[in-house]
Ligand binder design. Sequence first.
Ligand SMILES: Cc1ncc(COP(=O)(O)O)c(C=O)c1O
Length: 498
Amino acid sequence: MMSDPTLNIAVDRESATPIYRQLIAQIRSLVESGDLPAGARLPASRSLARQQGISRISVVNAYRELRDAGLLSSQTGKGTFVARQQTASAMPRAQPPEPSQRAPALRHMLRTDRREGIIDFSGGTPPTEFFPVRYLQDAINQVIDRDGADALSYEVAEGYQPLRIAVRDYVRAIGIRCRHQDVLITGGAQQAIDLVVQSLMKPGETLLTADPTYLGIIDIAQARRVRIHGSPVDDQGIRIDALEQACRDLQPRLIYVMPSYQNPTGHLMPLHRRRQLARLAADLRIPILEDEVYREFRFDGEALPPLKALDESGVVIHTNAFTKVLLPGVRIGYLVADGAWHERLVRVKQAADISTSGLNQRAIHLLLERGVLGKQLERNRLELRRRRGAALAAARRHFPADANWFSPRGGLYLWVELPADGPSAADTLHAALEQGAAFAPGDQFSTRGRHKQALRLNFGLHPPALIEAGFLRIGEAWRSLRAARAVESLESPRQSPP
Ligand SMILES: Cc1ncc(COP(=O)(O)O)c(C=O)c1O
């Protein structure tokens, strides 16, 4: 048997950086400096753990992440080696990811679609079994029979007129006064947000949002080179006092909020706060983009008016989409914006992609005409409410007794805050992946690396039995990590009493 090599590394148990992250950073730098050349064999996880006096799970997690990044490779029965060919993305990055690198890092870490047996709560999609696939198929056939080549030609940038009219009617029913000329059809809400950022902001200007916030706005801010600042939230959404202070201090060009069932916390902003927010923006003349993509997933309580319905002075831009409620992949969303903004938005839209697929717009329009959206919503709300109930019950059974969460009144997400003195969400995720479950760790949604103890769980993705099994795995992962830490700290000479 070959003797195990040793690595010239040293972990610091008192560092705030988790041990497996230290291992990743140090192994990366050995590879980068050439001290560990391509093809070099690494010690077995058990032996590295012994050499360093650390738990084996830390080594296993570090090796796995480095393997996923293409820096190491493993051969069954032979061991772990420095990969011979390293891809650009595998090239070393000794520091923890910057906020701007977090989204790709998350996507990388959560490539669970290729891992069998993982119960994955990390995504932002509604469950695929909700998708009205047959209705769409019929609608597409009918559109092509009806419109022929017209359905497949370039559409005007503003969008297919009958769909704009249907959107106008839809938003009028929730109190938004607008004309169909104020409606712009977009490639989902994501493009809608991006168009607003592009047309209202210049690089270097500041965008205000909540912290935590939607990951996609962090991506957009980075791509469009605008600064992003997250104001704190309470259980009613973004805090107005903090937002007002930030407006005065930072002079933002745009405020981005999700009043209904905020991603990732699930908070619903109550009516009085909606009014305060609309008034504040009007007083300060700062445009607000409200993103209402979860508004229709309401389980209980009265429907609240969107900010745009409370907006007297035209400072609010409203976006929503038929992605969460019907079909994410068909990529139809919309913006409602007044006057001059609308024209700028259309110009940016045209530059971005000429127009959103005319075929898809027509098909969605037909689904709306046939009442498919109403039917879907009724069914989806019932099922999502059932899943929320299962998630709350499973969380009570399996998550740490001193973790915190509240019952969301709609949306897809449960936001759980783990005890501050226990394992972080990122560490828990690594351990949970070993157990066969995944979620999104909270710091991914932070504009400044906060919420490290929080998890976002999309309870809508799975039926109750899988929610129960998945939450059990996550709870067990957390408990095993905490137990391993307790052993580590007992074994650590530096932690021993003098
Ligand atoms: C708050 C929020 N806005 C926008 C989007 C993007 O939605 P769409 O698929 O309509 O682009 C998402 C998707 O997760 C979201 O959570």
